[in-house]
Design a protein around this ligand. Structure first.
Ligand code: FAD
Length: 463
């Protein structure tokens, strides 16, 4: 029977980073992956495909040029689902190749098949052909991720009523789509479809969306969505959903109103992919959403030598943070010191427009009774914004009145997920308002918005 120092179950961002880290420490590592190819949700159904789809939609629709040439501007008329898929396959193949090469270079073994614990430090792996092998290891890392939550009484059919994995296999672009769930995934797809001229209704039982984002940004974002013709049905629950005889679906809301659309995307939550992992055989328990609890510093589970990282442990469920968790878990497993990540990490929402945020929101600063001042810049105040024809986009910074330190940075608009890293560096290095006022920024750039926002705060603060 094969024995390794570390077996990693799942080859998403957490698993792959952990495997490489352990291999670099000289350990023998095996990654077990049940999918057709390595890469995880991140490469095959989540991060990379949705971002590639977004990029393709923005490029082919001419979205970024509409500020200049008007809302009727299109690069390609009659965009089809094939147009969207073409770039997707090329990007995914490239990502997988890079990953396979990385594993090969670092001598990480990969085995294709579904892993299941049969004892505390022993798994069976069943391949596609049904053959079963058994493997043991000193340490295990569970990076099995999540799968879409699918309520039993909803008519999922992979064609007109879909979850967020199935949406990538779209055969035809619908004329209208209703999206249930205004979390990150729902909002991203809603705005992408809207940019493709699909009529979008976004449904959310809560009164608002993306509650962890600064409210001022959300109200700016919400205004933009409504201005583009998106319908937001917030604050009401879905009572019933059914497929219609002709074509399409109908969603009945609790207030008696109904929404008819060609297609429905259900994007309200995901579950830890732990149901068939045989966790009962190694003594690990999950919560009602299939998530595993770990020590927040080491990522070790309740069972010595078995670690878990990535989406299967819950918040923040990002590819970016999953990678760091995997690396720290591998270091801890083999007694290597790993630095702890800083308190604040950036959150990127690849909606159209992008939102990105780090540090405290204005609501959090208020709750903590911290005296503060805000500075705001609009992208249209920058020369780069004029060149790009940007009508929207804002950057908001929150500074402590006592220490003048940057407490939070929040951006909605073109390039927000890249721009945020300036704010991230200043926050995590303990920088103050003076950093932005005293430093020179490239001109013309959108990053100049930092200086404009800082000067806005500076003008309001005591000197
Ligand atoms: C639509 C969508 C968009 C997203 N966009 C972003 C984004 O823009 N930025 C960002 O940072 N994050 C984004 N995410 C989140 C990101 O994809 C996840 O945080 C990340 O993929 C989690 O990585 P992971 O290591 O936990 O494993 P995952 O990527 O979830 O992969 C888990 C792997 O484990 C395998 N597996 C499961 N069970 C077994 C088993 N028993 N045996 C063998 N293999 C098994 C699965 O086949 C899968 O390949 C998005 C997610 C979705 C769904």
């Amino acid at each position: 029977m094969d024995h390794h120092d570390l077996i990693v179950i799942g080859s998403g961002p957490a698993g792959r980073r952990a495997a490489i880290q352990a291999a670099k420490l000289g350990k023998s590592v095996c990654v077990v992956e049940k999918g057709r190819r390595v890469g995880g949700v991140s490469v095959h159904t989540g991060t990379i495909p949705s971002k590639t789809l977004r990029e393709t939609a923005l490029n082919l629709s001419g979205w970024r040029e509409r500020g200049f040439y008007g809302r009727a501007y299109r690069v390609k008329e009659n965009l089809s689902a094939d147009d969207l898929r073409e770039r997707l396959h090329i990007t995914l193949n490239h990502e997988v190749e890079v990953l396979e090469h990385q594993f090969a270079r670092n001598r990480v073994d990969t085995i294709k098949g579904e892993a299941k614990f049969i004892a505390e430090k022993k798994i069976s792996v069943q391949g596609e052909d049904g053959e079963i092998i058994e493997l043991t290891a000193d340490k295990f890392l569970l990076t099995v991720g999540t799968k879409p939550f699918r309520p039993k009484d909803y008519p999922f059919d992979g064609k007109t009523f879909l979850d967020s994995d199935e949406i990538l296999d779209l055969v035809n672009l619908p004329r209208s789509i209703a999206i249930i769930g205004a979390g990150v995934i729902g909002v991203e797809y809603a705005t992408i479809f809207n940019a493709l001229d699909v009529h979008v209704t976004l449904i959310e039982p809560r009164d608002s969306m993306l509650d962890f984002v600064d409210k001022e940004l959300i109200s700016d974002f919400t205004y933009q969505l409504r201005d583009r013709g998106m319908i937001l049905r917030f604050g009401k629950k879905v009572e019933k959903v059914k497929k219609l005889d002709g074509a399409g679906c109908q969603i009945d809301m609790e207030d008696g109103r109904s929404i008819k659309s060609d297609m429905v995307l259900f994007a309200a939550g995901r579950m830890g992919a732990t149901d068939s992992l045989g966790l009962e055989n190694c003594g690990i328990e999950c919560d009602h959403r299939g998530r595993i609890s770990v020590n927040a510093n080491t990522f070790e589970t309740s069972v010595n030598g078995i670690y878990a990282a990535g989406d299967v442990i819950g918040f923040p469920s990002l590819a970016s943070t999953s990678m760091e968790q995997g690396r720290i878990a591998a270091c801890h497993a083999f007694g290597e010191k790993a630095h702890e990540p800083p308190e604040y990490f950036p959150y990127g929402i690849y909606a159209v427009p992008e939102i990105s945020t780090i540090g405290m929101t204005e609501e959090e600063v208020n709750e903590r009774n911290i005296p503060y001042e805000c500075g705001i810049a609009r992208f249209r105040e920058t020369s780069r914004g004029h060149i790009m024809g940007l009508e929207t986009g804002m950057l908001k910074m929150i500074f402590s009145l006592k220490t003048r330190r940057l407490l939070g940075c929040h951006i909605v608009g073109e390039g927000a997920t890249e721009l945020i890293h300036v704010g991230q560096a200043v926050i995590n290095l303990g920088g103050t308002l003076e950093y932005f006022v005293e430093n020179t920024f490239n001109y013309p750039t959108l990053a100049e918005a930092y200086k404009i926002a800082a000067l806005d705060a500076w003008n309001k603060m005591p000197h």
